[in-house]
Design a binder for this molecule. Structure first.
Ligand SMILES: Cc1cc2nc3c(=O)[nH]c(=O)nc-3n(C[C@H](O)[C@H](O)[C@H](O)COP(=O)(O)O)c2cc1C
Length: 359
C-alpha cells in the first residue's frame, strides 16, 4: 500500500514522496523574470521536504500573464533566472516542475493586493483573447475571439515554452488547462461558443488542448513526466462535468500525459463551489479509477493524516498543497514527524540538530 512518504517513480524520475507544492502565482516579477523572491520561496519549500515543487503559472506569451507581475518564459532570456532556482531545488532532493499557462480572457489584471481590477492603459493594459467574445464577468472586458491562425501560433508558443523549461532543467511539466484560463475556456461550453473546428462538439472543444499537448510532448522528452491541470467541473448546470473530464483524460492518456492534476472551477463567476476539506479529491479518485492514469489531489488538504489517507486509500498518487505550504514551508518535515514516517535524508544536514530523531 502506498503512503505519503513512499517514493513515486514516474518515467525516468523518482519523487522522494507524494507531496507536491501546488503552483502558486507570486505576482512578484518585472517583465516576467524570476528573481530572489522565487529562489527563496521555491527553495525553502524544497528545503522543507516536498517531493515536487511546481513553479507558478508561467506565461507562454506576455499577453498570457494574469497580471503584469506574473512569471513568464516567453523568451530565452527568461531561462537562466529560473535555472538558478531549478538547480537549488534539485540540490535539495526535490523534483522541479513548472506549470505553463496562458490566462486568456482573465489576463491583463492588477496583482490581487492592488484590487481585483483590470490594468489601466497607463499600466500597460492589453487586449485579452479567448475562444469567443464573452466576458468572464461584469468586471472583465470581452476578449477578442481567436482566429484559427492565432490558435495555431498559441500551440507553438506552448511548445517553445516547454523547450525553454527543459533548457532551464525542469524535470516535470504541467500544462495549465484549469481555472478558466485560455485552454480551459476552450473546453467549457459556457465560454466556448465557436462554430468552427475548435468549438461546438466535445471533440472540437478539446481540440486546442489536445493539439497543445501533442506539440508539447513532441519537444518534452519521453523520459520526463507531463501533467495537465484540469478544472474537473465548472460547478454550473450545463457546464463542464466530471464525466467530460474522464473522457478528456482518456484522450490525454493517448497523448502520453502521465498525471491529471484535479482542480475545479474558474470558468464561471456564477459557480457555487462546495469548498471544504478534500472537496476535489473525488475527482482525482474517479479519474484514477476510470482511466488508470496517475492523479494529483488538491484543495483544502492541510493535515498530515488527511494527506496520508488520500494516498493510502488509492484516491490519488500525489497530493498538491498550496496555502498550507504558505503557512508552513516545512510542512513535509512536520508531517513526517506526525506520521512517524522513517525517511532517510529528508531533513537537510544543516538543520539536523533541530530534528534529532528524524535525521
Ligand atoms: C496565492 C495563490 C496563487 C495560486 N496560483 C496558482 C497558479 O499559478 N496555478 C494554479 O493552477 N493554481 C494556482 N492557485 C491554486 C492552488 O494551486 C490550489 O489549487 C488552491 O489554492 C487549492 O489548494 P489549497 O486549498 O491547498 O490552497 C493559487 C492559489 C493561491 C493561494
Amino acid at each position: 500500500m502506498s503512503h505519503l512518504f513512499e517514493p513515486f517513480p514516474l518515467r525516468s524520475i523518482t519523487m522522494r514522496n507524494r507531496i507536491g507544492v501546488s503552483p502558486m502565482c507570486q505576482y512578484s516579477c518585472h517583465e516576467g523574470f524570476a528573481n530572489d523572491w522565487h529562489m527563496v520561496h521555491l527553495g525553502s519549500r524544497a528545503v522543507g521536504g516536498a517531493g515536487l515543487v511546481v513553479v507558478e503559472a508561467t506565461a507562454v506569451t506576455p499577453e498570457g500573464r494574469i497580471t503584469d507581475r506574473d512569471l513568464g518564459l516567453w523568451s530565452d532570456a527568461h531561462i537562466e533566472p529560473l535555472a538558478r532556482c531549478v538547480r537549488f531545488i534539485r540540490e535539495q532532493g526535490s523534483v522541479p516542475g513548472i506549470q505553463i499557462a496562458h490566462a486568456g480572457r482573465k489576463a491583463s489584471r492588477k496583482a490581487p493586493w492592488f484590487g481585483d481590477q483590470e490594468l489601466t492603459v497607463a499600466e500597460g493594459r492589453w487586449t485579452t483573447i479567448g475562444p469567443s467574445p464573452l466576458a468572464f464577468s461584469d468586471s472583465y472586458p470581452a476578449p477578442e475571439a481567436m482566429s484559427v491562425e492565432q490558435i495555431q501560433l498559441m500551440v507553438q508558443a506552448f511548445a517553445k515554452t516547454a523547450e525553454r523549461a527543459l533548457a532551464a532543467g525542469f524535470q516535470s511539466l504541467e500544462v495549465h488547462a484549469a481555472h478558466g484560463y485560455l485552454l480551459n475556456s476552450f473546453l467549457s461550453p459556457l465560454s466556448n461558443l465557436r462554430q468552427d473546428a475548435y468549438g461546438g462538439s466535445f471533440d472540437n472543444r478539446c481540440r486546442m488542448l489536445l493539439e497543445t499537448v501533442r506539440a508539447v510532448r513532441g519537444v518534452w522528452p519521453e523520459s520526463l513526466p507531463l501533467s495537465v491541470r484540469l478544472s474537473c467541473s465548472d460547478w454550473v448546470e450545463d457546464g463542464w462535468t466530471l464525466e467530460d473530464s474522464i473522457a478528456l483524460a482518456l484522450l490525454l492518456k493517448d497523448e502520453a500525459v502521465d498525471i491529471i492534476d484535479c482542480s475545479s472551477g474558474g470558468v464561471s463567476a456564477e459557480a457555487r463551489i462546495p469548498v471544504g476539506a478534500n472537496y476535489q479529491v473525488p475527482f482525482a479518485d474517479a479519474i484514477r479509477r476510470r482511466t488508470g492514469m496517475a492523479t494529483g489531489a488538491v484543495g483544502m488538504i492541510t493535515q498530515s493524516m488527511q494527506a496520508d489517507a488520500i494516498i493510502r486509500s488509492g484516491q490519488a498518487d500525489l497530493v498538491f498543497i498550496a496555502r498550507e505550504f504558505l503557512r508552513d514551508p516545512y510542512w513535509p518535515l512536520r508531517a513526517q514527524k506526525e506520521l512517524h514516517a522513517k525517511t532517510e535524508g529528508l531533513v537537510p544536514v544543516q538543520y539536523a540538530r533541530a530534528f534529532p530523531r528524524q535525521h
